[in-house]
Design a protein around this ligand. Structure first.
Ligand code: SF4
Length: 411
C-alpha cells in the first residue's frame, strides 16, 4: 500500500472521528496568549462545528490519531475486524495541522481521539505528546480536548490533564451487560476507575498549593463522557439512570448521547436501523431537567408505561401531563422551583417572571410576551384574570398541545 499524503490521512481520520459526539468545549477556562507571547485563544467565534450548551459556536479540528485499532467493539466502524480504509498520523503531523489550521482561523481548538494501536499506553502516550508539544513548544492557548483511553496508566492520564482543557472517557454503553456483550475487551470497572481517578485528581488540583497559594492547572473544562444509544435495548429510563449515576459519582460536566449508526458488515447482535435522532434530542432535554430544573432522575419517567421518552412532546410536558394533580401553578405566587416545572417555562423566563411580579401581578398575556408560546403552559398556570378550569384535566390535551407545537415549528 502506498503511503498516504497528509491530506488523504486527514480525509480518513476526520471522517472516522465524526461518530464521537462529545466534543463541545463548554466549561473551558477563558484564556488567551497575549501576555505569554504565544498563539491562540479559547474565546471568540469562528467556523462552527460544535455548539456549547450556552449557544456558543466553536470550531475544532476533530480527528483521530489513527483508526487502526486492536480492539473489536462491534458497534464501531474502526474495530479490528472492519474492512475500513486505515490511516495513522504522526505526532508532528497533528501538531503542524493544528497550528496551520489555527493560523488560518479555520479552528479554535483540537479534539483528539484515537483507536488503540499496539497498547493503550503507547497510544495515550502519543496523544499526550501532541498536547504537550502544542502547549509547551508551540505556545498554543486554544482549546484541547483529549479522549482518554481508560486502560492506559494513571500517570499518562495525569499528564494529559496538565495540557488538555477537557478530558473524556467514553462509558460506551448504558449498561455493564451491554459493554461486556458489544465491547468484550473493555471493562466497565476499568472505565469507572479511570473516571474516579480523574475526579480525584481534579479535586486535588483545585486546592491552592501551600507553596504558591495558587490552584494548579488540570483539565479546567472537567471530564465528560459519551454513551451510544440504540445499540442495545436499554430504555430511556435506564439511560438516564446511568447518566444520573455518572454525574453524581464522578462529577462529569456532560454526558453526550450519540445515536447508534449502523455500520457495514456489522454483527447480527446490532440493530439494522439507527434510532430516531429525536430520541437523542429528547434525552438531552431530559438530561437538562436533571441538571438545571431540579428534577430527580426517577421522577422524569415515573408513571410511563415503557420507560421511554415521548418523541412527540418534550420530557417536561410529558411529566406534567402524567402529574396533572400538581397543577395549575399560580405564577404570581409560586416559588422558583415550582415555576421551573411548568412546561414552556425555561430558566430565563422564570427569572423574568420573578423579577416582573415584584412590581405587578402578571396576566397570561404578560407571560406570553416573554416566552415562545403560551399554548404549552395555558393548561398548567393560574395568572391574573386566567384560570384553566377543567382544561388541565381534559382528555386529549396531549394531542392538542403536540399539534399546536408542531404547527409552531413550521413557522
Ligand atoms: S477501542 Fe475505540 S476505536 Fe477501537 S474498536 Fe473500540 S470503540 Fe472503536
Amino acid at each position: 500500500m502506498s503511503a498516504l499524503t497528509v491530506r488523504e490521512k486527514l480525509a480518513v481520520l476526520s471522517d472516522a472521528a465524526k461518530y464521537d459526539a462529545s466534543c463541545a468545549s463548554s466549561g473551558a477556562a477563558k484564556k488567551d496568549s497575549l501576555e505569554s507571547g504565544g498563539i491562540g485563544s479559547t474565546e471568540g467565534m469562528g467556523i462552527c462545528h460544535s455548539y456549547a450548551p450556552d449557544g456558543r459556536c466553536i470550531s475544532l479540528l476533530k480527528i483521530l490519531l489513527t483508526n487502526f485499532c486492536i480492539y473489536d467493539c462491534s458497534y464501531c466502524i474502526n474495530r479490528s475486524s472492519s474492512n475500513v480504509r486505515r490511516a495513522r498520523f504522526g505526532i508532528d503531523e497533528v501538531v503542524k495541522l493544528t497550528m496551520d489550521f489555527y493560523r488560518r482561523n479555520y479552528i479554535e481548538g483540537l479534539f483528539l481521539s484515537s483507536g488503540v494501536v499496539r497498547s493503550p499506553d503507547e497510544t495515550m502516550g502519543e496523544m499526550v505528546e501532541v498536547a504537550r508539544r502544542l502547549r509547551l513548544e508551540e505556545k498554543f492557548s486554544g482549546y484541547i480536548h483529549l479522549k482518554t483511553i481508560p486502560e492506559s496508566s494513571a500517570e499518562l492520564v495525569e499528564q494529559a490533564g496538565l495540557y488538555a482543557d477537557r478530558l473524556s472517557i467514553n462509558v460506551e454503553l448504558p449498561t455493564d451487560e451491554g459493554v461486556k456483550r458489544l465491547a468484550p475487551e473493555k471493562k466497565p470497572e476499568t472505565i469507572r476507575l479511570s473516571m474516579a481517578r480523574l475526579r480525584q485528581k481534579m479535586e486535588e488540583k483545585a486546592e491552592p498549593t501551600l507553596k504558591t497559594k495558587k490552584r494548579e492547572r488540570f483539565a479546567p473544562g472537567g471530564q465528560s463522557t459519551q454513551m451510544i444509544i440504540g445499540a442495545d435495548k436499554t430504555s430511556d429510563d435506564g439511560i438516564l439512570h446511568t447518566s444520573a449515576r455518572l454525574y453524581g459519582s464522578y462529577h462529569l460536566r456532560r454526558v453526550y448521547y450519540s445515536a447508534f449508526s449502523p455500520i457495514p458488515d456489522s454483527s447480527s447482535s446490532l440493530p439494522l436501523q439507527k434510532p430516531p435522532l429525536m430520541r437523542e434530542h429528547r434525552l438531552y432535554q431530559a438530561d437538562w431537567l436533571m441538571r438545571f430544573y431540579g428534577f430527580s432522575q426517577p421522577e422524569i419517567l415515573a408513571g410511563s408505561s415503557d420507560g421511554m421518552l415521548d418523541l412527540a412532546i418534550d420530557p417536561k410536558l410529558g411529566w406534567a401531563l402524567r402529574n396533572r394533580g400538581q397543577f395549575p401553578i399560580d405564577i404570581n405566587r409560586a416559588d422558583r422551583e415550582a415555576l421551573l416545572r411548568v412546561p414552556g417555562l425555561g430558566t430565563k423566563v422564570v427569572a423574568k417572571i420573578l423579577e416582573t411580579r415584584r412590581h405587578r401581578r402578571m396576566r397570561l398575556e404578560d407571560v406570553g410576551w416573554i416566552c415562545q408560546s403560551i399554548a404549552k403552559l395555558r393548561p398548567f398556570i393560574i395568572a391574573e384574570g386566567w384560570s384553566p378550569g377543567a382544561l388541565t384535566d381534559k382528555a386529549g390535551l396531549r394531542e392538542k398541545i403536540a399539534s399546536s407545537c408542531e404547527q409552531l415549528s413550521l413557522f
